[in-house]
Design a protein around this ligand. Structure first.
Ligand code: TYD
Length: 203
């Protein structure tokens, strides 16, 4: 049964997992607002450009704090007002990406990242977080051969830690589901729809 309450859904996963395709399909099917991180606001676009620039060194702490600044602004200026207006929101990445990439991937302390996340997003938590999971090598092969950004140019080991991080988070966080991204697009879409139906998503 679908709910009348606007819902907030996040898609997560490693680079090249296919989450953007499914986030877009999900939002379009339900007339929900599609948004993304980093960069879902004008300020966020500036942060995204600097965050992805592979030739601008920064510490992992700086990287995490810029991701969180982007998210905090995104929550206040896009996500919360959209939900308050009665429209559902689908975001391509949310707080799970900071825990997975900067925590499990870069090795920053997860307890500190969780505390900083609380500061950044307050009570704004997704009703559902969908992790599209697939092996790093498969995701890597799917990526377009364009110039690699800071994260795409990181080692395979880094991406393995990020993948393991998402899977670990899915066992501890509430409202997370993992979907096998190695299946056909249609099969992944079916699994996504089943997860959405369980929270009363009207598509
Ligand atoms: P994304 O826009 O999803 O990648 P793409 O360019 O393939 O569409 O995200 C850009 C990169 O930012 C991605 O490699 C993951 C990284 N990232 C983090 O490291 N931490 C975060 O908190 C977020 C939101 C993204």
């Amino acid at each position: 049964m679908s709910t009348n309450r606007p819902l907030f859904v996040a898609f997560e996963g490693i680079d090249g997992c296919g989450k953007s395709t499914h986030a877009k399909r999900t939002a379009t099917g339900a007339n929900a607002r599609l948004t993304f991180e980093p960069g879902g606001t004008p300020l966020g676009q500036v942060l995204r450009q600097r965050l992805l620039a592979a030739d601008e060194p920064m510490t992992s702490e700086t990287e995490a704090l810029l991701m969180l600044a982007d998210r905090s602004h995104h929550v206040v200026s896009v996500i919360t007002p959209t939900l308050a207006s009665g429209q559902s929101v689908v975001t391509d990445r949310f707080f799970g990406s900071t825990l997975a990439y900067q925590g499990y991937g870069r090795g920053l302390d997860l307890t500190s990242l969780r505390a900083a996340t609380r500061l950044a997003i307050g009570e704004c938590r997704p009703d559902l977080t969908i992790v599209i999971d697939l092996p790093v090598a498969t995701a890597h092969a799917r990526r377009s051969p364009s110039k690699a950004d800071r994260f795409e140019s990181a080692t395979l080991d880094f991406h393995e830690r990020v993948r393991a991080g998402f899977l670990d988070l899915a066992t501890t966080e509430t409202g997370w589901v993992v979907i096998n991204g190695e299946q056909s697009l249609d099969a992944v879409a079916r699994d996504v729809d089943a997860a959405l139906a369980a929270i009363g998503w009207a598509s």
